[in-house]
Design a protein. Structure first.
Length: 101
């Protein structure tokens, strides 16, 4: 167990995985993990595409910061968007296209 106070309680910071190919067109992002070439591409549109763009532009970025940026972008309450942001981040990690430390 880590007892270093500089690590304890620190929020995970998310980033686009370095082994991923992606392209953006007409408001949609298509992502493919290069470490799992048999995986189908993942299409991200709407707020999911915005979250991907934020990871690309600001990563590594904390989960709370992503929630704040999305809530401001869509003019919604942070508590309202937080579950969806966390769900997408979890999916991105499971598909090996994003990672956190």
């Amino acid at each position: 167990m880590t007892t270093d106070p500089s690590v304890r309680g620190r929020e995970p910071r998310w980033r686009v995985d370095e082994h991923v190919a992606w392209t953006e067109s007409e408001g949609r992002v298509v992502v493919l993990p290069l470490t799992a070439p048999d995986s189908p591409p993942m299409a991200l549109a709407g707020s999911a595409g915005v979250i991907w763009s934020l990871l690309v532009e600001h990563g590594p970025v904390g989960e709370d910061d992503l929630v704040t940026m999305i809530s401001e972008e869509f003019e919604l309450d942070a508590q309202q968007v937080q579950p969806d942001v966390v769900s997408l981040l979890t999916e991105l990690r499971s598909r090996r296209v994003a990672s956190c430390d």
